[in-house]
Write a protein that binds this ligand. Sequence first.
Ligand SMILES: *[C@@H]1O[C@H](CO)[C@@H](O)[C@H](O)[C@H]1NC(C)=O
Ligand SMILES: *[C@@H]1O[C@H](CO)[C@@H](O)[C@H](O)[C@H]1NC(C)=O
Ligand SMILES: *[C@@H]1O[C@H](CO)[C@@H](O)[C@H](O)[C@H]1NC(C)=O
Length: 458
Amino acid sequence: MLPLAAFLVHCFPLALGHYDICKSWVTSGDSPSWEYHACQPKPMFMKGYAMVKVEPPGITCGDPAEYFCTHENPYLCSDECDAANRDLAHPPRLMFDKEEDGLATYWQSVTWKRYPEPLIANITLSWNKSIELTDDIVVTFEYGRPTMMVLEKSLDHGKTWHPYQFYADDCMEAFGMMSNKIRELTTDNAKRVQCTEEYSRWAGSKKEKNVRFDVRERFAIFAGPDLRKMENLYMAMERVKGLKEFFTLTDLRIRLLRPALGGTYVQRDNLKKYFYAISNIEVIARCKCNLHASSCNFRDGSLQCECEHNTTGQDCGRCKKNFHTKFWRAGSYNPAPRGSPNSCTQAGTILDIVSPTPKPESTTLRKAHMPDSSAYHHEKYISTPTKANPILRISDPPPMKEVKENTAIQVSTIPPVLETKLQHREIPEKIRAAPPIHKELTLTPSSGRKHSKKGTYE
Ligand SMILES: *[C@@H]1O[C@H](CO)[C@@H](O)[C@H](O)[C@H]1NC(C)=O
Ligand SMILES: *[C@@H]1O[C@H](CO)[C@@H](O)[C@H](O)[C@H]1NC(C)=O
Ligand SMILES: *[C@@H]1O[C@H](CO)[C@@H](O)[C@H](O)[C@H]1NC(C)=O
């Protein structure tokens, strides 16, 4: 067997027919190996692309100028916030700037002088684009973390909002909820919305500054503690309903409901030490492109997927005009032969080896028997998982009316062997030609040759 790595080192991403394949070096267990998957846009620091709204009006300090104290120094209240003075102003943009020389610049709210009226503020980030979280959301508070806060998200550009996580120093008192730890979540409840006390307790305002939405810990439920088995996570995302959506959003809202109290009750005689101050909001995510794009760029005021596979739209969420032979589907994370880019096609072309789409005219079918170049690439670049007989299971409902529900069709794939040349007859014809599936299909997994005449299209 030729060393596979030698083949692959130079090609990143690999062009496999119409499918860009990316690979990552996976070092779990004793034998490191490459893992192959469809390319996706890179994770980006999303704060740079967000539109930001701070509500209610007048919540930002400095207009009029006011003095404030801190929990560390409650009786020395000489610090001033003044919107008219550049050095003393704390506008919202300071949550998104670069911190230079370790000097934090921050947005700051007015103080809680109107107590007992709640001191509340909403900070809303809008991307005008669906994005998929790839790392923790981290909000950094100077002068103490809030004792009550809700993180909310929207999937529909701010029309509807859903809680993402509740934060309080006492979940029961604040929200009537039990406090839970993220690391106690399991595969069954990985997308549960919960309340945590982990990021709200008083620990000194300079010591614990971050409030997190733990994305990595949730990924780890599927991908293992060091996120080495990301493939398992992506498999789960394709399989578990709502899991992918859980990490997807177009807008994010931080609802600040009660500021840091310094570990004690509100002291009415010194309300100038209660306020919010945020120096950073880190959101690391990638554009949602439905696995139909490997890059995403900021154009015309918003992020745009560079759609491939004859798809179009902001998220590559539909087929291009005149490419509707197949119904639109998201690409699969695993590349062929285990998965498929699910390209949109024009009438008369067959692009995907594993296409479940019927092609009624027999003239087209004949053509499709010929191996095309992509089939060759296939063989060259895809490693055989050590298990014998890789089986592709098309259990998604094939886009055909005739197919009865729950008909899982097993389709064989080309046994990818490096040394041998691809033999025409080894291409499972039934797959490429996509016969009417309602006729009983008995395809064996290992070889196309074994196929009986049963299930042919004549
Ligand atoms: C903050 O957002 C919530 C909904 O997400 C809304 O009900 C509330 O009125 C907003 N508060 C302010 C001050 O805008
Ligand atoms: C949002 O994005 C769409 C598509 O790119 C664009 O047409 C629209 O003008 C954008 N809206 C805003 C408010 O930027
Ligand atoms: C898009 O469709 C055209 C015409 O059917 C085809 O030639 C081309 O290869 C397709 N591209 C991809 C990436 O599927």
